[in-house]
Design a protein around this ligand. Structure first.
Ligand code: NAP
Ligand code: GCO
Length: 261
């Protein structure tokens, strides 16, 4: 086997919302595989803190402050990154939010905000990087989906709608851009221990034991569990993988659930 199949030397990778959590873990893995790392966040303090975190891991990352829903800012920053660093070869659409509100109580404004960031954001970002990839003749786009791309639960109607939509955006862009040698795939993390899920993981919270029981691996995932999958989908090892959602969930979607004792 070609041992360079999983190397990313000479490639520029942009991971959105990579100041902490899943984004930062994936970004570190891409850098360790050889990519030049660029990330953004909408909060300047988070970018500063993250830059220090990357430096501590020996990674010379470049961080930018912009919002993935702001089409004008996205276009300007992609141009800036392209002229300062180079054409973006790998885009990971990681930035996202969740609002846990029962559908009957949810305002349309809250619903729209989730759709805007979690679904329109990846569209805006992908559209902005695609021309550079087309000029270069290759590219990789990886959308961070969810268990909620496949299944629903109480309180997350907006998030499930956005992440289900993101699965279909992934498949559609894969079809539209395959002719340019751009592969568009998704990763569907299971339940991962990050600040986003912290409210569900508190000691004694019924959701904590529920999710461990619902996961054949019997544990929460860690951001590190996403590192191998993202390198695979960013690398030449996956050049004929397109429109695929790789679920990294400890087996949740394969499981009917624990039988009652
Ligand atoms: P998170 O809190 O969801 O992190 C998301 C990051 O995106 C934060 O850095 C956030 O910045 C940034 N962000 C949010 N809106 C943005 C915007 N409009 N423009 C730019 N950046 C923005 O934590 P996470 O758990 O690591 O989640 C990362 C991704 O994985 C999300 O898409 C999430 O939906 C997905 N996911 C998470 C899990 C899980 O169990 N944790 C499972 C499946 C999928 P601020 O902090 O400044 O808002
Ligand atoms: C929730 C969770 C999830 C996860 C993740 C699952 O409230 O159910 O926050 O939605 O974050 O996306 O894959």
């Amino acid at each position: 086997m070609n041992s360079n199949l999983f190397r990313l030397d000479g490639r520029v990778a942009l991971v959105t919302g990579a100041s902490y959590g899943i984004g930062m873990a994936m970004a570190k893995a891409l850098a360790e595989a050889g990519a030049t790392l660029v990330f953004n966040d909408r909060n300047p303090d988070r970018v500063t803190e993250a830059l220090a975190g990357y430096r501590k891991s020996g990674i010379d990352a470049r961080g930018y402050v912009f919002d993935v829903t702001d089409e004008t800012a996205v276009r300007e920053y992609i141009e800036k990154i392209t002229s300062e660093i180079g054409v973006i070869d790998i885009l990971v659409n990681n930035a996202g939010i969740i609002k846990r509100i029962p559908a009957l109580e949810m305002d349309a404004a809250d619903f729209r905000e989730v759709i805007d960031i979690d679904l329109a954001g990846p569209f805006i970002m992908s559209k902005a990087v695609a021309p550079g990839m087309i000029r270069k003749g290759s590219g990789k786009i990886i959308n961070i989906c969810s268990m909620m791309s496949e299944v629903g639960r109480e309180t997350v109607s907006a998030y499930a709608s956005a992440k289900g939509g993101l699965k279909m955006l992934t498949r559609n862009l894969a079809c539209e851009w395959a002719e340019y040698n751009i592969q568009v795939n998704g990763i569907g993390p299971g339940y991962i221990a990050t600040p986003q899920t912290a409210p569900l993981r508190t000691e004694g919270h019924p959701f904590n034991s529920f999710i461990i029981g619902r996961t054949p691996a019997a544990r929460w995932g860690t951001p590190g569990d996403l590192q191998g999958p993202v390198v695979f989908l960013a690398s030449p090892a996956s050049d004929f993988v397109n429109g695929h959602i790789l679920y990294v969930d400890g087996g949740i979607l394969a499981y009917i659930g624990k039988q009652p004792r």
